[in-house]
Design a protein around this ligand. Sequence first.
Ligand SMILES: [Zn+2]
Length: 125
Amino acid sequence: MKCPRCNSTKINKNGHHHGKQNYICKQCSRQFVEFYSSRGYSEDARQICLHMYASGIGLRAIERATGISHNTVINWLRQASAVLPEATEAEENSDSGSSVAHLKPLQPIKKFSEKGNVAFSLDAY
Ligand SMILES: [Zn+2]
């Protein structure tokens, strides 16, 4: 739990507000509720940004593509640094186009029979 304004972890509980735990920052006196994090972006948005970053897309490019501030993404990266999603990438590349491997190798084209020549050869005797 961190203060959304100053990132201080010196937080006091401050009663309840609309059923959610209310907090107050001891450092800057900012009041906020639980899950205030990152200006209300959805978990999906967070996952997409983290995945884009993990794919090598820069923070500015992510900001242009999603409209989410690079500062927000940096905060998410800090929060997620302990649990970066790496397992999802490798699975996408397997199990597609494997049917090609099962095709038989090309049969050599059967040559025309040369029977006729053999038949004619009988007359030579
Ligand atoms: Zn604060």
